[in-house]
Write a protein that binds this ligand. Structure first.
Ligand SMILES: Cc1cc2nc3c(=O)[nH]c(=O)nc-3n(C[C@H](O)[C@H](O)[C@H](O)COP(=O)(O)OP(=O)(O)OC[C@H]3O[C@@H](n4cnc5c(N)ncnc54)[C@H](O)[C@@H]3O)c2cc1C
Length: 740
């Protein structure tokens, strides 16, 4: 295959450097260390080989777009991030790994340096007539690519969005065992793109795409065109209709009740938005997306639509309205529709529809409605529940802490004690724990001792952490979903934002100079203690790859956001996803419209705006005390008059904690004397009930007792005073009376 390419390179033929050619071919074909694979199992593409390609393509239920490439071809190397981005894009994922793109670009750069003769050869190959014009990106174009191309997920996806209509594959013609199959397909140049129709009964070499424009948006639109070229006989089994509907089809649906939503995208004839949204939503149930053309006057007039594209939503209850999105872009429409209540991704790949999950019951095992909450808020109840679970349950499985574990725990307590923007009682507990750990010269600490402090067995007043799990922003639609891992992410996002907005908070801890202090603490915590070992492994891989590049506290905030999105992308559509809270690239457009942009038809994040948003969202002022347990286990309400302060139905979920820790926890509860003084204090440290004196905290109850005692003693002294005064007067009268 390599010979084919080189023979097909007119420029090289002209130069006549046969010796040079042969040596390059020799070097790249027979030096396995230089022939790197461009795609791995972790990329969102299907890797085909001579053994699998025919059986995959023949009679496939989906259409295919396959790139035949050569792993030694410079242009293929340059192009691989775009191809992966395309595959990620049509799988419904968004920018989860701009950093990963940079990593890959970095790798490409490295290869360029070490294999410059190879790139030279392939530049000639790429300019062959089959590709038309120049295909190697110019330096400017490439720079734009790095900034723009958003979708590159380093893990295999289980999101099956366009996949049930058209799939994306790669076949490496530089692999020796693929030589013959590439010859059979008649591949002469790299990369060659071939389309394969669905349900083709016999072997077919496919249809070559010969256009010069290989930008992501162009290829994605070509995929749509290719799908539409199918006939009724070979139409991909699960692909929804892509043709526009007429007014006559849509108008009768208006006002009708149905068991699902219908979204109608009304657009101009040359627009791809409707078809792309239809494909984005094809694996979702509870909703059908249709498209109609702006030329359908009776429809646009009836719906009152005069700018295109627009979307109109017909609700199951018969009501209907225009769909208001901040920007009329594919991504905004798709993500709005995916987040509709009752719309969720089909988890089963068998095609069997799943039970619709509409409002109401929270699924098997739970009969309660979800607590009311706003997704634009962070809840102190989640943070405190997370801390409780972490300290009393997750860590309590360790009998003793020593060595690396003890160091990790000390760092964790340092970071959290200094940065946690919580209630005074919790902060005091963390600070006391920190003081105690720092003052201890021990190299090994039994965890029971730590638990005693966490549970406040010493009855230090004003120090308390609830032992109740109360998930609000992290509540799941059934037990076992969300909860603790959600609160852990939330806690660390809050801590990175605190570290960025309060630069002096870590002063005198030894961590003040380190912008990665929170992330490194989180990394060590996740590796050493987080119950999900696989999660720890993945997180560690991400940290090894890109944490060293974090140089400031702001970058730390963004790093965690990117990695969290990377995890979201990997887990979307898997069993751990709560159908009521689908894993999407966050923040969604409804939370932060200015965070999202589109360039050349591709979604991009505006990272400056994302940073601003993260600082606001995870800032102390956005942490709501709603549903938080007070010491007396009464749910707190927000300030009177706030729209948040609606009556709520609090659910108490007891932790499956070791007996001793629960015992201790109950003990701590009894010793708590803050009472109502704490209720409603919210997330702000400034609201401090009680007084601190000589390093000891006095709660309001302590203070009231003092005042009462003082008053009692005053009254007692006065009574004594008057008593003795009256007596002394009597004595005087008795002893001074003249004898009769
Ligand atoms: C470090 C870590 C690694 C994990 N790795 C795995 C794993 O490999 N496999 C696995 O099955 N589970 C893993 N989990 C658990 C998984 O990520 C989820 O936490 C869990 O499935 C609960 O999901 P959730 O829907 O509550 O949302 P979560 O992903 O837990 O998110 C919690 C909240 O954070 C906000 N949020 C979402 N995305 C972002 C973002 N990018 N930036 C900032 N805020 C955001 C949202 O408000 C969301 O509700 C991991 C958890 C942690 C803490």
């Amino acid at each position: 295959m390599a010979t084919l390419c080189v023979d097909g390179c007119p420029s090289l033929r002209k130069t006549g450097f046969l010796l040079f050619k042969t040596s390059i071919i020799f070097v790249f074909l027979f030096n396995p260390t230089l022939t790197t694979r461009l795609y791995s199992e972790e990329d969102p593409v299907v890797i085909l080989t001579s053994a699998t390609v025919k059986q995959t393509l023949v009679n496939s239920s989906t259409a295919w777009l396959v790139q035949f490439y050569s792993s030694w071809c410079g242009h293929c190397i340059q192009y691989s991030p775009t191809w992966k981005a395309l595959a990620g894009d049509v799988k419904g994922a968004l920018d989860a790994a701009a950093e990963r793109i940079r990593e890959l670009e970095h790798q490409v750069q490295k290869q360029k340096i070490s294999h410059s003769p190879q790139l030279q050869v392939n530049r000639f190959c790429a300019s062959d007539e089959d590709f038309g014009q120049e295909t190697t990106p110019s330096p400017n174009r490439k720079l734009q690519f790095i900034q723009v191309h958003p979708v590159l997920l380093p893990f295999s996806f289980r999101i099956e969005d366009w996949e049930h209509a058209i799939r994306i594959g790669v076949l490496d013609c530089a692999q020796e065992n693929n030589f013959d199959i590439c010859k059979e397909f008649g591949i002469h140049f790299y990369p060659t793109f071939r389309y394969f129709k669905a349900r083709g009964p016999t072997f077919d070499v496919g249809k070559t795409y010969r256009g010069a424009d290989r930008e992501l948006q162009t290829v994605r639109q070509l995929m749509v065109n290719f799908l539409q070229n199918h006939t009724r006989q070979d139409w991909p089994v699960s692909c929804p209709p892509l043709e526009p509907y007429s007014s006559a089809d849509i108008l009768p649906l208006i006002g009708q009740k149905s068991n699902q939503y219908t979204a109608v995208i009304v657009e101009n004839e040359d627009s791809y938005v409707g078809r792309e949204v239809i494909l984005d939503l094809m694996m979702y149930q509870g909703l059908t997306v249709k498209r109609a053309l702006s030329s359908e006057r009776s429809l646009t007039e009836k719906l009152g639509i005069n700018s295109f594209p627009s979307a109109y939503l017909l609700h199951p209850n018969g009501t209907h309205a225009i769909l208001h999105v901040q920007k009329r872009l594919r991504f905004f429409f798709s993500s709005f529709l995916k987040l509709l209540l009752g719309v969720h991704r089909k988890l089963s790949t068998s095609g069997a529809p799943q039970e619709p999950l509409l409002e109401g019951p929270r699924g098997p095992g739970t009969a309660e409605a979800l607590k009311d909450f706003e997704k634009s808020k962070v809840y102190m109840a989640d943070l405190e529940s997370g801390l409780h679970y972490l300290l009393r349950v997750e860590l309590a499985t360790h009998q003793t802490l020593e060595g690396e574990e003890l160091k990790t725990f000390k760092d964790f307590v340092t970071v959290v004690a200094k940065l946690f923007p919580g209630r005074q009682s919790v902060v005091k507990l963390l600070e006391t724990l920190l003081e105690w750990l720092v003052s201890l010269p021990l190299e090994k600490i039994p965890f029971d001792a730590i638990l005693d402090l966490v549970n406040n067995r010493m009855r230090i007043s004003g120090m308390f952490l609830s032992d109740q799990l109360q998930w609000v922003g992290c509540q799941g639609s059934r037990v076992g979903l969300r909860g603790y891992p959600c609160s852990l992410w939330t806690l660390f996002h809050v801590l990175t934002v605190q570290a960025a907005s309060r630069p002096d908070a870590l002063a005198n801890t030894g961590l003040e100079e380190n912008p990665k202090a929170v992330l490194q603490t989180m990394r060590k915590y996740i590796v050493n203690f987080f119950g999900c070992q696989e999660c720890g492994k993945h997180f560690e891989e991400m940290a090894v790859a890109s944490l060293p590049q974090v140089k400031s506290v702001d970058q730390a905030v963004l790093w965690l956001w990117r990695k969290h999105n990377q995890v979201n992308g990997r887990l979307a559509g898997t069993m751990s996803e709560d159908p009521h809270f689908p894993k999407t690239q966050w923040p969604s457009p409804d939370l932060c419209p200015i965070c999202h942009e589109e360039q050349d038809g591709i979604h991009v994040w505006n990272e400056d705006k994302v940073l601003m948003f993260l600082k606001q969202h995870y800032g102390a002022a956005n942490i709501s005390p709603k549903h938080m347990y007070s010491s007396w286990h009464e749910p707190n309400q927000e300030a009177v008059g706030s729209p948040d302060s609606m009556p709520i139905k609090a659910t108490q979920v007891k932790t499956v904690a070791p007996e001793s820790s629960l015992l201790h926890a109950n003990h701590a509860k009894q010793s708590d004397v803050e009472g109502a003084g704490q209720a409603g204090t919210g997330a702000h440290r400034e609201t401090r009930p009680g007084v601190s004196f000589l390093g000891l905290g006095f709660s309001s109850v302590d203070m009231s007792l003092c005042v009462v005692l003082y008053a009692f003693s005053c009254v007692f002294l006065m009574v004594m005073f008057f008593f003795f005064r009256v007596r002394s007067k009597r004595w005087k009268i008795r002893y001074n009376r003249p004898y009769v």
